[in-house]
Design a protein around this ligand. Structure first.
Ligand code: P6P
Length: 337
């Protein structure tokens, strides 16, 4: 039996890979791990507490908020505020950024973006949900409070990103730009333990993941591409929880799509705290992440905390094929005559 390597031990060991690391990012990642354990404790017994159902409020994106969303949001804010390594946060659940006072007069170098409980409409039917996070180094003066500009950096500026998947087991998957590793929570010892070292996404897979119910609302090029996936006998897997759908593709290969629709002409998924962090992870695992307008997601200009984006991400060969297909059928990038 391999020796157990806990998340804390792994993060501390990896800090040695960064000659100039001074421990702040290490501390921040460990604090996120603590928040994940706290949220997991409640997610796992949500059915026993009065925290199921909607909270009768809407979030910044106009979505109905689940009670567990608010719980997860509060716990993440609490852990990050007390960490002393985070200058502020941006959350799917909150319209504006939250700036934190310095802890022990020590300025913080980082800010964190997160979706505290993605896919939360699945909670009441016991389907997996997830927390998504991204970490940026501040571009504002660390002597002052963080600013909105710290959060509107491109995804390519992320210094770390990851997700927690509250599923049949609870996994924390993260990258600091040197590959992707996953840790499974062992509830008997209360530790995340290394379970998937240096994840490499398969070059191609047998799954495509899209909300087929919107088929007639997609542009014709996307409909034809989805038809091709079906003609190639790919298997459709879509549970409406992005973290779960992406995790399957990360491990087994495939492509995840959320194209634009009439209801969401810019796409439904949020760029800052859904698409960018997950695109960072997928690229770090050797995959690709583009919009259905064929731009690299991590290169997108960010002008609003809650801006939406279309997305096609997963196995590199399948994303390349989708790109070629759309170029051929939609005239994008055809040589100008
Ligand atoms: P639809 C959950 O609300 C979410 O943000 C993602 O987790 C998920 O992939 C998507 O929306 C599901 O959206 O329109 O297919 O229900």
């Amino acid at each position: 039996m391999n020796r157990i390597i806990t998340l804390d031990e792994f993060i501390i060991r990896r800090q040695k890979d960064f000659p100039f690391a001074s421990g702040e990012l290490t501390g921040l990642l460990r604090d996120i791990g603590v928040a994940a354990k706290i949220v997991n404790r409640e997610v796992n017994k949500a059915g026993l507490l009065n925290i199921l159902g909607t909270a009768e409020v809407e979030n910044a994106s106009g979505d109905a908020v689940q009670k567990l969303d608010l719980y997860a949001n509060e716990k993440l804010i609490e852990c990050l505020k007390n960490s002393g390594e985070c200058a502020g946060v941006a959350s799917e659940e909150i319209e504006e950024i939250i700036t934190f006072p310095t802890v022990n007069d020590k300025p913080s170098k980082y800010v964190v973006v997160f979706d505290p409980l993605d896919g939360s409409s699945n909670i009441d039917v016991n389907v997996s949900v997830g927390t998504i996070f991204g970490i940026y180094r501040r571009i504002s003066d660390t002597a002052d409070s963080c600013t909105l500009a710290d959060f509107l950096q491109k995804g390519s500026q992320l210094v770390a990103a990851g997700y927690v998947l509250y599923g049949t087991s609870t996994l924390l998957v993260y990258s600091t730009g040197r590959g992707v590793n996953a840790f499974t929570l062992d509830p008997t010892i209360g530790e995340f333990c290394l379970s998937h070292r240096d994840i490499q996404i398969p070059q191609r897979g047998n799954y495509y993941s899209v909300n087929q119910g919107y088929y007639l609302k997609f542009d014709v090029d996307m409909r034809r591409y989805i038809d091709q996936c079906s003609d190639m006998n790919l298997r459709l897997r879509y549970i409406g929880s992005m973290v779960s759908d992406i995790h399957r593709i990360l491990l087994q290969g495939g492509i995840f799509l959320y194209p634009n629709t009439r209801k969401y002409p810019q796409g439904k998924l949020r760029l800052v705290y859904e698409c960018n962090p997950l695109s960072f992870i997928v690229e770090q695992a050797g995959g690709k992440a583009i919009t259905t307008q064929l731009e690299r997601v991590l290169d997108l200009e960010v002008h609003d905390l809650h801006q939406r984006a279309t997305i096609a991400m997963g196995s590199p060969e399948m994303v390349d094929e989708m790109k070629a297909f759309v170029e051929k059928y939609s005239g994008i990038n055809l040589p100008k005559d």
